[in-house]
Design a protein around this ligand. Sequence first.
Ligand code: IPM
Ligand code: MG
Length: 386
Amino acid sequence: MTDAQKHLALAHFSALIDEQDARAQAIATQSDFLDYNTLDKLIIGVCGGDGIGPTITAESARVLQSLLADDVAAGKIEFRTIDGLTIENRAACGKAIPDDVLAALKECHVILKGPTTTPQAGDGWPNIESANVAMRKALDLFANMRPVRVPEQGIDWTFFRENTEGAYAVGSRGIHITDELALDFVVTTSEGTRRIAKLAYEFARANGKERVSIVSKANVIKTTDGKFLGLSKEVGADYPEITTDEWYIDILTAKLIDEKRRRDFRVFVLPNLYGDIITDEAAEFQGGVGTAGSANIGKRYAMFEAIHGSAPRMVKEGRAQYADPCSMLRASAMLLAHIGKSAEADRLNAALDKCMTTERALVVTGRDTGATCRAFGDYVVQTIEA
Ligand code: IPM
Ligand code: MG
């Protein structure tokens, strides 16, 4: 390594430290959660994304609008369409989220967001940051809540994935120091950990879940994961009625497929990357990532999305109209619950249980062998109204 290479790397590192220090200070002095009851009008942004995103998002927005029709008519809720989060537009602007799109998002309170294509080195798109990851950071959506339920197997899990830190905090800004040597960075802050742990425990308390499992790899990633584990345990001490246990991510991954043990898990709190990986595994038990919704919650904003990607191949093969909207519909139910419409959330979830599992009068297969997204949306609306 030359001196120049080393100095460049140090300057880069120095800038990252300053930025993360500023972020740590900002979140430590942040105000509390916005109370939606204090608003004259709640604005729901609908952002289609790309690939199958616009199809499944439009369908979910239609179901939401039917459930919230009275509030919309009374001017208490407004739906607002936000265009421009397509890969083509993001690539043209060279930004993960174009400025005008971000400004429009910030005028909303909650957002229903379709999947967006994430460029990766060598796929032909400029290597911009993922729009999901950028939005989580830009709106400080620090908690990624992902439920997985398979009642007949005793599976009732809710994952609280830390959503703005860990390996993702500066994940697109590692450094190639020399041709030989590359370095990435992992970030943990005290407030970043406490706030996600607190949300997980508060959820457990409010919903009568008797166990919170703190997941890390603190035996190896001693500094950042060690801090995450230590502070989460400290938070857990304030909830004496809840059993806290600690798991390393590797053995937890194994135990999720252990039929006897996995019934005991309820709530998980875990760093960003582990949460990303394990929620795909977990969703597989309830029928795959196409069935799983995800809430990205911050103190001022919240965004609801599918846990899967934009399936560009379906669009290329002309099958977008057969895309399965269930993940976005589950996300829509989470949106309803989040804005205090728990009766409507329950109605939507009950209809989805029926349409997806018990009745299955229409089945989406992703091809012309199954129902279209639109027809399935109609089926859900009719089931809600029945
Ligand atoms: C998710 C996705 C994203 C993530 C991708 C698309 C960047 O996998 O929401 O889990 O890694 O967080
Ligand atoms: Mg993922």
